[in-house]
Design a protein. Structure first.
Lengths: 114, 113
């Protein structure tokens, strides 16, 4: 069975600090895809990134970076120099290549304090 | 602008009444999804549809029904059989099944009293 675990339920950091959100997944598929979504207070989920299981290169997009490690089944998300606007719930998600749905973790609520 | 619309943003109903939540997309996506979100529960899949006139049950389909008569529309009916209907409902779409990222609407917050 596929599973996504986000062990951090809630995190609070002071603005400008770096913060890492953990994501650990379980799957028996050799080909799979991992996702991160952001849910700001408005409620709408915003797609951030999709990675496939064959691409273990870290990705950086501005202040956001993602560390994918198959050896530890993790796909962690780091925000550098956090800002108040980063305050949101962040979801990690997983889908097998032949799956017709995405499995979401329970989310991590991130508070950036001014 | 392309996107997904859900209406209304807030919906109030009396217990025992059926209520239909609207979801429309103009992204020309084949697949559409309905999720329910409760505090601390993450997103749970209710129903999904990969093609017009076809849909499948998700993890928590009991008490809900859907239809997919048009590619751009996927309404969700919360029936009186749903025991705990008060929740935040999110609709999403994707250009394909599985590995494709899903794009979400703004959600409808349903309160049943």
């Amino acid at each position: 069975a596929q599973k996504v675990t986000q062990a951090q339920t809630e995190i609070s950091v002071v603005e400008k600090e770096d913060v890492t959100l953990d994501c650990v997944y379980e799957t028996r598929d050799t080909t799979y895809y991992l996702f991160w979504y952001k849910q700001p207070p408005s409620g709408e989920l915003v797609f951030l990134i999709r990675r496939n299981s064959f691409d273990e290169q870290n990705e950086i997009s501005g202040r956001y970076s993602w560390n994918f490690q198959k050896s530890t089944s993790s796909f962690n998300f780091t925000i550098t120099a956090s800002q108040v606007v980063d305050s949101a719930v962040y979801f990690c998600a997983l889908s097998g290549y032949r799956d017709d749905k995405i499995i979401f973790g329970k989310g991590t609520r991130l508070h950036i304090l001014p | 602008d392309g996107g997904i619309t859900q209406s209304p943003k807030y919906l109030f109903r009396k217990e025992g009444q059926n209520v239909t939540l609207s979801c429309e997309q103009n992204l020309n996506h084949d697949a559409m999804y309905w999720y329910r979100q409760d505090p601390g529960q993450g997103l749970r899949l209710i129903y999904y549809s990969q093609i017009v006139n076809d849909f499948q049950k998700g993890d928590i389909a009991e008490g809900y029904s859907v239809s997919r008569e048009k590619k751009e529309s996927f309404p969700l009916t919360v029936t009186s059989a749903q025991k705990n209907p008060t929740a935040f409902y999110l609709c999403a779409s994707s250009s394909g099944q599985g590995p494709y990222e899903q794009y979400f609407g703004p959600g409808t917050r349903l309160t049943v009293t």
